[in-house]
Write a protein that binds this ligand. Structure first.
Ligand SMILES: [Zn+2]
Length: 408
């Protein structure tokens, strides 16, 4: 097995500790601390080595914000676009993602088997939604343009009542879901709902989360309004996605239960920008996007101040694939200390995903998923262009010249 010595760099080990000098050895797929015999030595003086980044909320099958463009794609084209999106994500230094609806078992396995180049995936397949909820795209014309169409590996996510919800959870787990995603509030991109409203009854949510928990599958909740956030936390979800309107009670509940917040600040900015540039979206959505964007930053700051556990998730879709790390800058601007921003994007996100025994930190025996960064690793505006090298499972998957033009 080939051994590569990385020498001269500082490391950020993922734990939030200060940067320190540390030589590393990539031994096959495994990371070793310290020097030692090597087949190859790479001088990384002046750079910083970090664990490969973990993005806890992406949609690799969503490739276009424009509804009409989406409806024009042949069905199977989404999977080829997903391959491109995964490659862009890996290029940006993200070596593990959680797909928050869209990706199925075939995509996960194609990466695992090395058929396509991408970050390792945890998948949720499709988000559960009540009739008229965030996953129901019904329009007054009677058309319901669904971008993530049902297929044998991806059932419809629209369910009503505890029994139907339980059955769909079982189907999703049968189909390979690592997480069950549930929409406990309305959303921005769904035409007939309001993000402030709670969706699903507590009884339905309890059925969904407990059914998944019976086979050790955690749940994640898309939740904007305070009522939907609290119902999700009470049902026992592992993470709240977006968390747009966190009131004091919601924050207290999340602290009490240890619920993670995945703030997805990046997508909020992206959607508003794209709508301003003229993206064609269904009626009413532009207004919802602007209102939602204004609230999200304030809730994030309150969660940070209260000490809610935070994991990085960009909600990357469309042109955001490969721009995921914009989330680092937005979290820092939102009040999270710089080393904690890096921790949220490495160890914390890995812990949320349940993969922290393998990735998310630099420690002896971990999987060799690494990024090599030039300049100041806390200058988040410089990402991802400052990422010189990306290793996944010990393999150098991306290499670019340093800003000075010197190969590293
Ligand atoms: Zn999402």
């Amino acid at each position: 097995m080939a051994r590569t010595l990385l020498t001269g760099a500082r490391i950020f080990d993922g734990t939030g500790a200060d940067l320190r000098e540390q030589d590393l050895v990539i031994d096959g797929e495994t990371l070793r601390l310290g020097a030692g015999d090597a087949d190859e030595t790479v001088d990384l003086a002046g750079t910083t080595v970090l664990p490969g980044f973990v993005d806890a909320h992406v949609h690799v099958c969503l490739s276009d914000l424009d509804l009409v463009a989406n409806l024009g794609y042949p069905f199977s084209y989404q999977f080829f676009l997903a391959e491109r999106n995964l490659r862009r994500t890996l290029d940006a230094g993200i070596t593990t993602v959680r797909d928050a609806s869209g990706a199925d078992l075939g995509i996960q396995r194609a990466v695992d088997d090395g058929l396509i180049d991408g970050p390792a995936l945890r998948i949720s397949i499709i988000a559960l939604s009540q009739t008229g909820g965030h996953g129901d795209h019904w329009l007054p014309s009677g058309n319901a343009p669904e971008i993530l169409l049902e297929h044998p590996g991806r059932p419809s996510g629209v369910v009503d009542g505890p029994d139907e919800a339980r059955k769909r959870v079982r189907e999703l787990i049968r189909n390979g879901a690592n997480f069950i995603k549930v929409n406990t509030s309305g959303g921005v991109f769904s035409p007939r709902d309001n993000p402030a409203h709670a969706h699903f009854t507590q009884e339905e949510l309890d059925a969904i989360v407990s059914e998944a928990a019976r086979v050790d599958v955690p749940a994640m909740a898309h939740a904007h309004g305070a009522a939907g956030i609290k119902a999700a936390v009470r049902a026992g979800v592992r993470s709240v996605e977006h968390g747009t309107d966190l009131d004091d009670e919601a924050i207290a509940l999340m602290l009490e239960r240890g619920t993670w917040l995945v703030p997805t600040l990046g997508v909020s900015q992206f959607i508003v920008d794209r709508i301003d540039q003229g993206a064609a979206v269904a009626p009413g959505i532009a207004e919802k996007a602007r209102a939602n964007h204004a609230m999200r930053a304030d809730s994030f700051k309150r969660a940070v101040d209260a000490g809610v556990r935070i994991a990085m998730g960009s909600d990357a879709a469309a042109e955001m694939h490969g721009r995921n790390l914009v989330e680092l800058r937005l979290m820092a601007e939102g009040g999270l200390a710089p080393l904690r921003v890096l921790e949220a994007a490495t160890r914390s996100a890995a812990e949320l995903l349940g993969v922290d025994d393998r990735v998310g930190t630099i420690a002896d025996g971990r999987q060799a998923d690494l990024v090599v960064v030039s300049g100041d690793p806390l200058d988040f505006a410089a990402y991802p262009e400052n990422i010189l090298r990306v290793y996944r499972k010990g393999k150098l998957v991306r290499r670019r010249p340093s800003p000075s033009g010197q190969p590293v």
